[in-house]
Design a protein around this ligand. Structure first.
Ligand code: C5P
Length: 423
């Protein structure tokens, strides 16, 4: 079970009328957790079920969780034109899990049960969270139907890649409830909170020179940071990208500052952070640098094995965190410090270490991501992550593209910005 008791995205839905449509996949049981979190956040949740969904979770479970009857039959209250009323009442509708069949019905405009009939009457924002076996998800018909829905303005979240029913592994798993809630909150906001915000993003790895030829570096490609810079810019933020050496094209509308060493990155970030609203530190900063830089190339016959002496680089993020604590204790002078989002490149998604790092460095949000897998980490276009927030947020993001992960991270940042504006 996902615990995100203090997720501000859930609180943003407080007082909203949510229509939750559940269709017949094994992930239907997770819709109960979603319903519970929405209710806990203060939303009114009206559940509608396909007949298939009731094979997995009964209407009584949802009625118990939401305090309202969960409807299945289109003729339950025929006199009241049930589906029209349910659609009119909704401020937002979410369909989770959405099976291939339900998605096909939505795309085709079929209305042969309560869920699909209600969908055809909706005028509010709609979020669809698909879940199905990989083969069904990959089928051209499903992909075409999803593209049709997205083109019509439906917000599609997921699916994740991971373990599926029957022991299979692949894309098709319902995304984490925290991710669905964040997408819903984002869909409901009248304006995008990142619009006009000053965002500093760091990306790539640093290089610590030994001599004019050699350096100590790491395998970071910069792809995650560039995806974040592009997504923030797409959402209307004014983005300053501080980048280590990469081969990536500059994202549109972003102002890029090229640096090479950790010390250069520190200077650039600290200067830009002074009037930033958000700092996202996706760069893999070298922890150590050679104590001495040799202006001439060291001849290999003079380079003894193990003779390059190292010293520790400053931790830029920890410095920003400490500066923020100081500013807060001084009454937010000279202005509110930026939101701090850090990354942790790990060879596992160890939660305790992530939380420790989050608190130690004074971050608001940490994205713990895998760097040791063929499909996650350095120099690939996909990633897996665990998002942990200082507010208690916990959201697992299964295998997904770095562009999509950037969207999930930006949704959470926007939820934090809204929360900060309200406090
Ligand atoms: O402790 P660790 O290196 O795993 O922390 C990773 C996070 O800290 C990343 O967000 C990275 O950009 C930041 N960091 C930093 N300065 C360093 C080392 C890491 O800002 N010297």
């Amino acid at each position: 079970m996902v615990g995100f008791a203090q997720d501000f995205a859930a609180k943003e839905l407080s007082g909203r009328h949510v229509l939750l449509g559940v269709s017949g996949g094994i992930a239907a049981y997770k819709a109960a957790a979603l319903a519970r979190e929405l209710v806990k956040g203060g939303a009114t949740v009206q559940v509608v079920l396909t007949p298939g969904a009731t094979q997995f979770v009964g209407a009584a479970t949802f009625a118990g969780l939401t305090g309202r009857p969960a409807h299945t039959g289109i003729f339950d209250e025929a006199h009241a034109i049930h589906h029209v009323r349910l659609a009119r009442e909704a401020d937002i509708a979410v369909f989770a899990p959405a099976t291939a069949n339900l998605i096909a019905k939505f795309a085709a405009g079929l209305a042969d049960d309560l869920v699909s009939s209600t969908f055809t009457c909706l005028t509010c924002p709609v979020v669809v969270a698909p879940a199905m076996h990989t083969e069904m998800w990959s089928h051209t018909a499903t992909q075409d139907n999803i593209a049709t829905l997205a083109r019509r303005g439906v917000l599609v979240v997921g699916p994740d890649e991971g373990e599926l029913a029957g022991g299979d592994v692949g894309p098709g798993r319902l995304v984490d409830p925290a991710t669905i809630v964040a997408a819903m909150a984002a869909a409901l906001r009248p304006s995008r909170p990142l619009a006009g915000q000053r965002v500093v993003v760091t990306a790539g790895g640093t290089r610590e020179p030994i001599d004019p030829v050699r350096y100590i570096g790491n395998r970071s490609s910069g792809k995650m940071g560039y995806a974040l810079a592009a997504e923030c810019s797409r959402r209307g933020a004014r983005v300053e990208l501080v980048s280590g050496p990469t081969w990536l094209p500059e994202p549109a509308g972003v102002s890029t500052h090229s640096v090479e060493t950790a010390l250069q990155m520190r200077d650039a970030v600290l200067e830009l952070a002074v009037d930033a609203d958000v700092v996202i530190k996706a760069a893999a900063v070298a922890d150590f640098r050679p104590t001495v830089y040799h202006r001439q190339k060291i001849r290999k016959e003079h380079l003894e094995l193990g003779s390059v002496e190292l010293e520790r680089n400053p931790d830029i993020l920890a410095e920003l965190g400490a500066d923020r604590r100081r500013r807060q204790s001084e009454g937010a002078i000279p202005g509110p410090a930026p939101l701090l989002v850090g990354f942790a490149a790990e060879t596992d998604l160890e939660e305790e270490r992530g939380r420790d790092k989050l608190h130690r460095k004074g971050m608001d949000l940490i994205v713990v991501n895998r760097v040791d897998m063929a499909d996650a980490g350095f120099n690939v276009d996909t990633n897996r992550a665990l998002l942990l927030g200082a507010d208690g947020l916990r959201a697992e993001v299964g295998l997904t593209t770095k562009a999509e992960l950037a969207g999930v991270v930006c949704d959470q940042i926007e939820a934090l910005l809204v929360q900060r504006q309200q406090s």
